[in-house]
Design a binder for this molecule. Sequence first.
Ligand code: 5GP
Ligand code: ZN
Length: 112
Amino acid sequence: MSDCIFCKIVRGELPASKVYEDEELLAFHDIHPFARVHLLIIPKLHVASLADCTVAHQDLLGKMLLLAPRLAKESGLDAGFKTLINTGRGGGQEVFHIHVHVFGGGDPAKRA
Ligand code: 5GP
Ligand code: ZN
């Protein structure tokens, strides 16, 4: 998707503070963190939302979720962390390239 912000990050056209990358996934710091640690895990493949996923995406979704505890641990979230997938406008989704929020470690806005 040429105009998708997260696809631009995947292609290196927009900067991001990356914490993980492999053939299928990318993870980076959220630009507006709502916790001490706030990461986004995305697939390199453009999929708009969880509502657009099919059985063809189940391995990819599993890999995204399994990466969350690994990155949380590496970020020092030893006491635990939260995961969040906003889906659709009514679900608070603003960037329509599926992503898992991984966050924790204290939050001034009491969201984490
Ligand atoms: P959503 O509401 O779609 O679940 O969350 C989108 C998230 O992407 C927001 O937390 C927002 O701060 C983050 N975000 C939006 N644009 C950028 C960007 O260009 N770079 C990074 N690193 N995060 C972004
Ligand atoms: Zn995209």
